[in-house]
Design a protein around this ligand. Structure first.
Ligand code: ZN
Length: 295
């Protein structure tokens, strides 16, 4: 009898270890934040890519593949932000629910950067992101119908928080003269942000960090900084700082001077436990740094 109990315990332990340990697995920290805002705390949400990770060049390792196949459902940004994960996400979509945040948006709302290619950095236009969160809430209600009430309530509260942050930035940027409203960053992650808040954005590396930048880009960017009289250029937490350091040097060679500002959060949010670990926290950090650079 004792043997039978031990055997049963072992079988139960083994079968439990095969059960999905992560309910909702998200590719990036930005997407995971949206899911955490909506879902009750007892549903396990995890991001595959931690802070400082660049999603454009991220290739899933073996342990990620195991996580992806064990997770209950998968959330990703879409629009090829996770450029090296396209095939695996397509395959997973045949086995389990897979949802892209960008599926909430229509073509005309997206920034086209080439034939059938759209800028994937949709989250820093908070009004656009609110739409993505709205569609996500319907998807999550379908998946977790027992939590419908909580998801609806969390969504309503989160819409308000997004709107407040959006309005605060709109008020703050409106006192900055048009001629000064420009920013230079390591890669083009802020085009939707720039469109939403009336800021001309210049990224050294294009919309993907996989693209190379040349001497011509460097010279043009240096000239742009001098023409617009920018005091600061920005590095990003998930992108190598070398290109921006070279740009600072290129400005100096033209007889100008530009400082490197505090790193902005672009494709990854901050470390767990910091205010910047949420999208709104990261947005506030970025906007505070940018507004400071105009003074
Ligand atoms: Zn990016």
């Amino acid at each position: 009898m004792r043997k039978l109990v031990l055997f049963t315990t072992l079988v139960l332990t083994l079968s439990c270890s095969k059960a999905p340990s992560i309910d909702v697995l998200c590719t990036t920290s930005v997407v995971a934040d949206a899911a955490r805002q909506l879902l009750p705390d007892d549903i396990v949400v995890e991001a595959l890519m931690q802070s400082n990770i660049d999603p454009h060049s991220y290739k899933p390792v073996e342990s990620d593949v195991a996580k992806l196949s064990n997770a209950g459902l998968i959330l990703h940004n879409g629009l090829h932000l996770e450029g090296k994960m396209t095939d695996i996400l397509d395959k997973l979509g045949e086995q389990k629910p897979v949802h892209a945040m960008s599926s909430a948006l229509r073509m005309h709302e997206l920034i086209e950067v080439g034939p059938n290619t759209y800028d994937p950095h949709i989250w820093f236009d908070l009004q656009l992101w609110e739409r993505c969160v709205g569609k996500l809430s319907f998807f999550l209600i379908d998946q977790f119908p027992e939590h419908t009430e909580a998801i609806e309530e969390n969504a309503m509260n989160y819409y308000k928080a997004l709107l407040t942050a959006h309005n605060e930035m709109t008020v703050a940027i409106n006192v900055v003269p048009d001629s000064m409203r420009a920013m230079v960053t390591a890669h083009d992650a802020f085009s939707y942000f720039g469109r939403a808040y009336g800021i001309e954005v210049h990224g050294l590396q294009g919309i993907s960090t996989a693209a190379e930048f040349g001497i011509k880009d460097m010279t043009e960017s240096a000239q742009f900084i001098l023409d617009r009289g920018l005091s600061t250029v920005f590095i990003e937490t998930s992108v190598n700082a070398k290109s921006i350091e070279a740009l600072q040097e290129a400005v100096a060679q033209k007889g100008g001077e530009v400082r490197i500002g505090e790193a902005l959060y672009s494709d990854a949010l901050g470390e767990k436990g910091t205010p910047e670990a949420t999208l709104i926290g990261a947005f506030k950090h970025n906007t505070a740094q940018l507004l400071k650079s105009f003074n």
